[in-house]
Design a protein around this ligand. Structure first.
Ligand code: ZN
Length: 301
């Protein structure tokens, strides 16, 4: 008999991913993994039906005794009264999604944003395993993060913990952030923001990956743009280290495979950290795209 079965659901704008896990944190086994389209264009009620139907379908397929514990991860977070905010699936914003799904299923629904799920999964089953305090970083189209201490996700009283993407890096900046501030870390580190500045400066559209390739060949002006990107990364992450001093930092998201983050980027962190040496390991993730859905399953206590 397989013990401690739980399900994780990662709700994205285009797909819903589900996983069934069994075992304990040291020995988790993935029993099944499935994906279905979100069909977000169908609107809020349709998404609730899709998620609850998918959970029931998975439970039926594997003949699991219901209610099986389920954790849900998705972009965005919840307001104090439980409403979704900052989700890129816009029709979810302002809704009581967690409560509504929980009511249909007749069970509580642990819930976290996707950066927190990433951090929890990497801390438990990935690159951060064995470290007491793990800071998980998401760098891609946005910048986020999550804090896990001794295997437990630390979300903070306002669910803000780890949100280093909206620390203000340059107060007098002309870079406007969607959050309403100017000069946030995200506006300096997120791929689309770097690409926009490069486009404005050169009248050429390039992905950040291409700009980094040019940087590796020391082509200007790519070299200047990437050097600035890495310097800002160093400033921002050094600020995190000065406050949190994590035992390891695990990078995730679409930009986490950018090699310069681990050498020139690391040197930039060392330049700004409040210490004469940088001991913190800064490593790539081990779970890749699976971290979100695995972290959702790990939300189940
Ligand atoms: Zn911001």
């Amino acid at each position: 008999m397989t013990e401690n079965i739980r399900m994780g659901i990662d709700l994205g704008g285009t797909k819903i991913e589900g996983v069934i896990l069994a075992g304990s944190p040291d020995t988790f086994e993935i029993l099944a993994r499935r994906r279905v389209p979100t069909e977000a264009a169908g609107g809020y009620n349709h998404i609730v039906d899709r998620v609850t139907g998918f959970i029931r379908q998975l439970a039926d397929e594997f003949e699991l005794a219901t209610p099986i514990p389920v954790g849900v991860g998705m972009p965005g977070s919840l307001t104090r009264d439980g409403r979704v905010k900052n989700s890129n699936t816009v029709c979810l914003n302002g809704t009581q999604f967690r409560k509504d799904v929980s009511q249909v299923l007749g069970q509580p629904l642990p819930f976290a944003n996707d950066a927190n799920c990433f951090a929890l999964a990497e801390a438990t089953m990935g690159a951060g395993n064995g470290y007491a305090l793990v800071f998980g970083v998401i760098m891609g189209t946005g910048v986020g993060g999550g804090i896990v201490y001794q295997g437990t996700l630390w979300e903070g009283g306002q669910s803000l913990a780890g949100e280093w993407g909206h620390m203000i890096l340059w107060p007098n900046s002309d870079q406007e952030c969607y959050c309403g501030q100017r000069g946030c870390v995200e506006t300096y580190l997120a791929g689309p923001c770097v690409e926009k500045r490069y486009r404005e400066a050169t009248s050429t559209s390039c992905t950040l990956a291409t700009i980094i390739e040019k940087y590796s060949r020391r082509e200007q002006p790519a070299t200047e743009h990437v050097s600035n990107w890495l310097d800002n990364y160093g400033r921002a992450l050094a600020n995190v280290i000065n406050v949190l001093d994590p035992d390891i930092i695990v990078l995730g998201g679409g930009l986490s495979n950018a090699a310069p983050l681990y050498d020139e980027g690391r040197a930039a962190v060392a330049r700004y950290v409040f210490n004469n040496e940088l001991l913190t390991p800064i490593v790539p993730n081990q779970l890749g795209d699976s971290a979100g859905v695995l972290g959702a399953a790990l939300l189940v206590s």
